[in-house]
Design a binder for this molecule. Structure first.
Ligand code: PLP
Length: 353
């Protein structure tokens, strides 16, 4: 139930037992093509360049950034938690100028301040679902005002949990991670890149491994002839296929509705138990709820008891909120009402409420 790996969909685990294929075996390439199609559906896009990057969510972040930024470029990045700050760090390493726009933690990034930050940025970056605070920032208003800039969205904790529509909203680059709402073990970062962004790829990315001009030909996107780039993590691709199949069989809208129902049950239950929710009302993620740790409570001890006695992992606060908030993940396969009932009961018992 924690914001970490949680319990993946059983289908994603069973997939590890499939017989191993070579990474250039036609049967594997067919499966990879299917995964890319599944990802297009989940991202809400027809982008040819929609693929799982070999690496975790941060690899997807870096891939999106190093392929479009370099010296002389300007990136405006909204920061309302740990992962917006990480985006700034990655972008600054390309030599691009980073215009960091800070927002209070727990509040959303807003279009007005992001769009006013620079007259002609190369890129605007934002985190859709900030895992460190549990706040959702709305992408559409930023996309509507982006002008000539490329829009980069981190949807590591939103994809598969709340609606995300890359094409309808006008997102140019987006990356996610397998271990959150997609309910698959960590290890891959699905990304999608618009043709508009591809037209603006830097000539030579500063990363060899994450150079999309080369990876794109490995996965055979947009008519590229497949050429060897790196050995794909076969079992992880099987697992992603298993998890996405489970998700799509249930139906994206049904999966979103399940997350919304569980998030509401959890947040209502926490308020009934007397807790104060941290993220701004109206912008609370159903899949990641942040709660203010009550005064006088030994927060690490409570989390340890929940883990030992009830097998429930609750995350501690990050950055300046370490020790001050709890982060309760309810995502992917774990977003079930019975898990919410268990967590609320356990928390009430441990705290004597
Ligand atoms: N972005 C967000 C919003 C995240 O929550 C995370 C990880 O929790 C990342 C990026 C980085 O992903 P990873 O830890 O898989 O590299």
């Amino acid at each position: 139930m924690g914001p970490g790996p949680g319990n993946p969909y059983p289908e994603a685990i069973e997939a590890f037992m499939r017989p191993m294929l070579g990474h250039l075996d036609p049967a594997f390439l067919t499966l990879l093509d299917e995964v890319c199609d599944q990802l297009r559906t989940v991202f809400g896009t027809t982008n040819a360049l929609t693929i799982p990057i070999s690496g975790t969510g941060s690899a997807g972040m870096e891939t999106c950034i190093v392929n479009v930024l370099g010296p002389g470029d300007v990136a405006v990045i909204g920061v309302n938690g740990v992962f917006g700050a990480r985006m700034c760090d990655v972008a600054s390493r390309t030599g691009a100028e980073v215009v960091r726009v800070d927002f209070d933690w727990g509040t959303p990034v807003t279009a007005d301040r992001l769009l006013d930050a620079h007259p002609s940025p190369t890129l605007i970056g934002m985190v859709h679902a900030e895992t460190s605070t549990g706040a959702r920032s709305d992408v559409e208003p930023v996309a509507a005002g982006k002008g000539d800039a490329l829009l980069l969205v981190d949807c590591v904790t939103s994809l598969g949990g709340i609606p995300f529509e890359a094409d309808a909203w006008g997102v140019d680059l987006a990356y996610s991670g397998t271990q959150k709402c997609l309910g698959v073990p960590p290890g891959l970062s699905p990304i999608t890149v618009s043709d508009r962004a591809r037209d603006r790829f830097v000539e030579r990315s500063q990363s060899w491994y994450l150079d999309l001009r080369m990876i794109g030909s490995y996965v055979g996107t947009a008519g590229a002839k497949r050429t060897y780039h790196h050995t794909a993590p076969i079992s992880m691709i099987y697992s992603l296929h298993g998890g996405l199949t489970a998700l799509l069989d249930e139906g994206i809208e049904a999966v979103h509705a399940r997350h919304a129902e569980c998030g509401q049950l959890l947040q209502d239950g926490l308020v009934e138990l007397g807790f104060e929710l941290f993220a701004t009302e109206g912008h609370r993620l159903p899949e990641l709820t942040t709660v203010v740790v009550p005064d006088g409570v030994e927060e690490a001890a409570v989390r340890a008891t929940l883990l030992d006695r009830y097998d429930i992992e609750v995350g501690g606060g990050l950055g300046e909120y370490a020790g001050k908030v709890w982060r309760i993940g309810c995502m992917g396969h774990t977003a079930r009402p019975r898990n919410v009932t268990l967590l609320l009961g356990a928390l009430g018992e441990v705290l004597g409420r």
